[in-house]
Write a protein that binds this ligand. Structure first.
Ligand code: HEC
Ligand code: HEC
Length: 302
């Protein structure tokens, strides 16, 4: 009798362990299935957000996000908007990564820091065109945990020990939609400036130097003239002298700064009536620059 009891107890423990084990294994299988599902859901959501994003809006955010139409203020209410605008160069993507996305190795090889602007970074973004992991790209732009908006940090760009050179935490400033717009700009919107003009550099940042030649490279000046007449002349005038751009005509501005002109032409000028040309191709911009190289047709302001 006693023996039978012990035997049945042993049997019960054994069976319950077996059931427990089976439950555990099923649970584990279920959970791992779940996390795969989560990843798949995330990937699908990311793809949908990317598809809905706008590279041109992203290009304007890259330039000066707080001047763009749909920026209404930092997403984190504890961030003070004035601490961004008063120290704008510490927050403009273009300051640290360049209009050509070549950071301190391209046009900005000689753009030394000042009290009001940080060093140009070493982080080139031209490779972002070829990236395929949308989640990675999103996180790189959002940079959660990065530098805070803090006037003490941005008080003097020539003193890197303050941290003014650090990539800000944009997850506290920009909405997810805006971050996706930036991702789309970096992946699809940025032009390859090497196809637009030749830039020879020597030395290294910040004392390096550069020489630009061959503006518009193998573009067609006559196609560029037509493009200009159709898309720019109504505001900038037939010869580009109607609106002064930092004291210059459009021709002079483009000849002195094609790295910036290509970006503004395609993406627009934040805060102005110039909204950019989403459909402009690399060839269009190349032709335009080729046309603007002509100082007789597009004279400087005398
Ligand atoms: C004050 C300078 C600064 C500003 C402004 C800045 N960045 Fe950065 N960025 C950096 C630095 C420095 C790194 C290198 C990563 C690090 O050290 O945290 C970096 C890294 C990156 C990376 C990762 C690149 C890679 O290959 O891994 C991306 C993408 C990027 N920045 C995009 C942007 C965008 C988009 C903006 C504007 C919304 C921006 N950055 C504004 C300094 C800056
Ligand atoms: C709807 C009017 C309009 C059209 C069309 C237009 N622009 Fe502009 N553009 C402006 C205004 C306004 C500004 C801002 C001037 C200022 O700084 O106040 C501007 C600024 C610029 C700048 C920026 C200069 C800077 O200071 O950073 C460039 C470069 C430029 N335009 C080139 C072009 C080119 C090239 C085209 C044609 C492809 C064009 N624009 C079409 C109105 C226009």
């Amino acid at each position: 009798m006693k023996k039978a009891l012990i035997l049945s107890q042993v049997l019960i423990t054994y069976v319950s362990k077996l059931i427990g084990g089976i439950l555990l294994i099923t649970g584990l299988i279920y959970m791992s299935g779940c996390s795969n599902d989560d990843e798949e859901n995330q990937a699908a959501k990311d793809q949908a957000a990317y598809d809905a994003a706008d590279a041109i809006r992203g290009g304007r955010l890259y330039d000066k996000f707080w001047k763009t139409d749909d920026y209404t203020g930092p997403v984190d209410p504890s961030v003070n908007q004035n601490d961004i605008e008063d120290f704008g160069n510490f927050y403009r993507c273009k300051q640290c990564h360049g209009w050509d996305e070549k950071a301190k190795f391209g046009w900005y090889i000689d753009r030394a820091p000042k009290a009001s602007r940080p060093d140009v970074s070493s982080e080139e973004l031209t490779h972002m065109k070829n990236e395929t992991d949308l989640r990675d790209m999103f996180e790189e732009v959002a940079h959660a945990g990065g530098a805070d908006v803090d006037p003490a940090r941005t008080a003097d760009g020539t003193d890197p020990s303050l941290g003014g050179n650090d990539m800000p935490d944009f997850s506290k400033i920009l909405t997810e939609t805006q971050i996706w717009d930036l991702v789309k700009f970096l992946k699809e919107g940025q032009l390859n400036t090497e196809n637009l003009y030749d830039l020879a550099t020597s030395g290294s940042y910040p004392t390096g130097s550069k020489t630009m030649t061959n503006l518009g490279r193998d573009g067609s000046a006559s196609a560029g003239d037509t493009f200009y007449t159709n898309n720019c002349a109504s505001c900038h005038g037939a010869d580009g002298t109607q609106i002064l751009l930092e004291g210059k005509s459009l021709g002079a501005f483009a000849r002195g700064g094609p790295h910036e002109t290509q970006h503004k032409t395609k993406n627009g000028h934040p805060g102005s009536t110039m909204k950019g040309l989403p459909d402009a191709t690399e060839t269009d911009i190349k032709n335009l620059l080729k046309a603007l190289a002509d100082e007789t047709k597009y004279p400087p302001v005398l």
